[in-house]
Design a protein around this ligand. Structure first.
Ligand code: ARG
Length: 497
């Protein structure tokens, strides 16, 4: 882009004086829903949920910053056969868990669930009781419902720890929320003549989806035993979100494995006439997190990686790096400093490594890469921010008092940095429309890079007054853009690191 220097100078001045750094509020605020893929109750959060959670969080933050009203919904799998299994199993082996609060921790729950599932798959009587338990749950039977509530609460506590660590705000609206709206889905689909009886089940045949034999694929709405499916709940949710929440865009952040599921659900919702022209349904798919071997990330023993362990490990790695650096630089820091920096750097590194990849592709998870102080990483960007704060400290500069500094851009590197700063609004716009967080990461990476080049070649504190002030103002805008950009990624800045 060829912009006249005088124009760039003027625009940077405007940006500096604006608390939103020149990014306007949207002129069309609307209700946007971000639907997070979270674990089912009695399962632990694993590395797959990490992607949905932080990609969804970033999208929500960007939309909020633009002035939209955002509902962040945690679509927890808190209903269905899994409870039947779990309750039946616990009733036999550990009945206290069904009546007493906090009788189990999540680890117990997970292992009980595994055993219950084994029984369910091999033992016909057990299967029958489990199915019966589901019916009791659906019919609102008191004991079963109480047990269900306890089990949900137990899992919720565990999820909360992780959401707090990652600084994620979510509103829980699990699958059970839509229970009472399921029959209306069937009635509506019947009325619009989409519903057909197929081998005892109520189904809608999808257009454009066929099986290997070329036969049209059905979306099962109600099974022959009267039970509903994952898809039925999603249909009820679409209907509710459009008709009652009045959402204008509903964004589903899940792995690409669910692409067909959502394509089917969206199609049926549209054919049923629930989706007005001004409402958008979007699936935001993402790829897998891979290990060094290029296969799905697993622990050494071959299990799925618990999110909790992954976060702890990242923080430990960050701590080791920091200790080594402090030793090398012969610095003494307080225990509080060390703990805080390790926590922020560790978690930010994990978030950034994920967000900086084009979400549609899979990526290799590597602590060494994500914690590196060089390259497209969180530490690199945090460090650029720290550098600018260091200038303020050593020059005893209060950036807020730079007020109406006149920006003068003489050097190419200054001009390049300034032009890049001016692209902030455009990038945020791209993330808002295309829902691609890595575009913001790319922008921030280039910003840090351009800032470093400027800073290494253009003296700031040692320049004469007008240039000095202009460069300080440029540093200030850079720091504020970095801070804002990182905050939209869910990453806080550090004054020192
Ligand atoms: N709970 C589901 C899972 O673990 C994801 C929910 C995604 N959202 C939705 N509306 N289906 O896979």
């Amino acid at each position: 882009m060829r912009l006249k220097t005088a124009y760039v100078e003027q625009q940077i001045n405007i940006m500096q004086a604006d608390s939103r750094l020149g990014v306007p509020l949207t002129n069309k605020p609307q209700l946007e829903i971000v639907d997070f893929s979270s674990p089912n109750i009695a399962k632990e959060m694993h590395v797959g949920h990490l992607r949905s959670t932080i990609i969804g969080d970033c999208i929500a933050r960007v939309l909020e910053f633009r002035g939209h009203n955002v509902l962040r919904l945690n679509h927890v799998g808190d209903w269905g056969t899994q409870f039947g299994m779990l309750i039946t199993y616990l009733r036999e082996k550990y009945p206290e868990a069904l009546t007493t609060e906090n009788a189990l921790d999540i680890g117990d729950l997970v292992s009980f669930y595994k055993k219950a599932k084994q029984r369910f798959d091999t033992d016909e009587d057990f299967q029958k009781s489990a199915r019966h338990e589901v019916l009791k749950l659906q019919a609102g039977e008191k004991n079963t419902n109480h047990a269900w509530k306890l089990l949900c609460e137990q899992s919720r506590q565990e999820f909360k720890v992780i959401y707090n660590l990652l600084d994620i705000q979510l509103q829980e609206r699990g699958e059970s929320f839509y229970n009472s709206f399921l029959p209306a889905v069937v009635l509506d689909l019947e009325a619009s003549q989409l519903l057909e009886l197929n081998q005892g089940a109520n189904v809608v045949f999808l257009e454009g989806f066929t099986n290997r034999q070329g036969e049209p694929l059905p979306l099962i709405i109600q099974k022959s035993d009267g039970g509903y499916n994952y898809a039925t709940t999603d249909l009820a949710a679409v209907r509710y979100r459009i008709q009652l929440d009045k959402a204008k865009r509903i964004i589903y952040v899940t792995d690409s494995g669910q692409a067909n599921h959502f394509a089917g659900v969206f199609q049926v919702a549209r054919r049923a006439g629930w989706v007005p022209d001004d409402v958008e349904l979007v699936h935001v798919p993402f790829g897998l997190v891979l290990g060094k071997d290029g296969k799905k990330l697993k622990t050494r023993s071959g299990d799925t990686v618990r999110l909790r362990d992954l976060i702890d490990e990242a923080v430990n790695h960050a701590r080791e790096d920091l200790d080594a650096r402090l030793k090398e630089e012969q610095r003494e820091e307080s225990a509080e400093f060390v703990i805080n920096v390790s926590l922020v750097v560790g978690i930010s590194a994990v978030k950034y490594a994920d967000l900086s990849q084009n979400r549609t592709s899979s990526y290799k998870f590597s602590f060494d890469n994500m914690l590196s102080l060089k390259g497209n990483t969180a530490p690199y960007m945090l460090y650029a921010y720290v550098r600018i704060r260091g200038i303020a400290r050593s020059g005893k500069i209060n950036f807020t008092q730079l007020g109406d500094t006149k920006i003068i851009l003489k050097e190419d590197l200054e001009l390049a940095l300034a032009k890049h700063l001016l692209q902030l609004g455009e990038v945020i716009n791209v993330v808002e429309t295309e829902l691609l967080p890595h575009r913001l990461c790319d922008y921030l990476y280039q910003l840090s890079d351009k800032f470093n080049k400027f800073y290494e070649n253009c003296p700031v504190l040692k320049s004469e007054a007008t240039i000095r002030n202009s460069r300080l103002a440029l540093c200030d805008v850079t720091a504020r853009v970095l801070k804002l950009g990182l905050s939209l990624l869910g990453i806080p800045v550090l004054e020192r690191m």
